[in-house]
Design a protein around this ligand. Sequence first.
Ligand code: FAD
Length: 410
Amino acid sequence: MVKFDVIVAGAGPGGAEAARAAARAGLRTLLAEEHPTVGIPSHCTGKLSHHAFDEFDIPRSLALNAVSAAVFHSPGGVAVRVRRAAVDSYVVDRVTFDRWLVDRAASSGAEVRTGMRIAAARRSGGGMVVTAHHRGRTFEAWCRLIIDAEGAAPRLPPSLGLSLPRRYALGLQYQMRGVGGMEADTPEVFFGRTVAPGFFAWLMPLGGDRARVGLCVDAAVTRRAPVRFLDRLIATHPGVAPRLANAVVEGKVAGRIPLVGPRGPVGADGMIIVGDAAGQVKATSGGGIYYAMIAGRIAGEVAPRVVGGDRAAIGEYTRRWRKWFGLEVAFTAFGRRAINHLSDAELDTVLRMIAESPPLRESVERAGDTQFQSRLFLPLLRGLGAAGLRRPALIPLVGKALLHGMLTQV
Ligand SMILES: Cc1cc2nc3c(=O)[nH]c(=O)nc-3n(C[C@H](O)[C@H](O)[C@H](O)COP(=O)(O)OP(=O)(O)OC[C@H]3O[C@@H](n4cnc5c(N)ncnc54)[C@H](O)[C@@H]3O)c2cc1C
């Protein structure tokens, strides 16, 4: 039986960074990707905060576009425009991006196998035995630690009694050419219960007349498939349809996003779970690339201790990822719950209030950061409180959203 120190299941951003960190620490590391080509099929818009580029030394040449503003459209057509002084995020092509990360992991010493699916795992001999399918062959391999980076549809955690993410948004996106009326650095977001129940739709400019047009719906809120909503958005939404009248679809991607993470821990003796598989996602925006990379890196960094027999190392992983971005995962879940409980008319009221209040918009622009959304909470609350003095109807509405955010399920 082939032996490794670490086997990483899944070569997305989480798996690639985990494998890189483990290999750099001198561990014999296998990075297995079930698809024949890394990054394909893609399932993502590819918006990634500038923090990720700085933190992980990612060359800006991988970015297709830079984003420094946003427009939020309420269900009734109120538009709130915010602009930051500097670039907030970049948009990448996930296929190129994932390949770049995996090549870097390979340069650090990880053994990369594509077309290899890790199908099962069990404890044995002080470590883990995995069953893998590789190009028509089934074989077993042994390792001390599995890093599970399977993405939004993990299959391995239950084999060690670990639970899976509990609630998902389903997404669909068309890449389109011939899109009119866009500002190159300004993505647009569209809310509404009939537009995208439980989530939102987006128009992400790629430069020139190209854009990614997509949406997610919360699978617990509607049984209708995302395609029904996306085709209707493109054909009939007054803020979208006229701009897409001459546009053609160049490609489609679909995927799912965990809105609520697993019920229990994301690590046990022999396995650490990272990224989407661990529910490490912002439930407000669905972004998870950066957190997957951070969690992957932390998992790879604690791997030498796990391999050395230190059972406390899994707890160290949990402490470190929670310290890094646990607050953001919790805050964005709170934000998603609060937004979901506002009716379309109530969302109109809140967004109109922000649109009509320059100081409130300025505080959003100052404190807003895609990656650290919790920093927006107090400025937004203060601003809405001040606005509520002028418009008392706002106070119970904001109070209701806060209460739902704190007390209810997503
Ligand atoms: C429509 C949509 C748009 C999105 N847009 C954004 C965005 O703009 N910005 C952002 O930050 N996030 C976005 N996300 C979320 C983002 O795609 C994920 O958070 C991110 O990819 C998580 O990385 P990961 O490494 O955990 O998983 P993944 O990127 O999903 O990688 C998992 C990999 O594991 C492989 N795999 C699975 N099981 C096995 C197995 N048993 N053996 C071997 N290989 C296996 C899969 O083939 C896959 O390649 C979006 C998601 C969707 C659905």
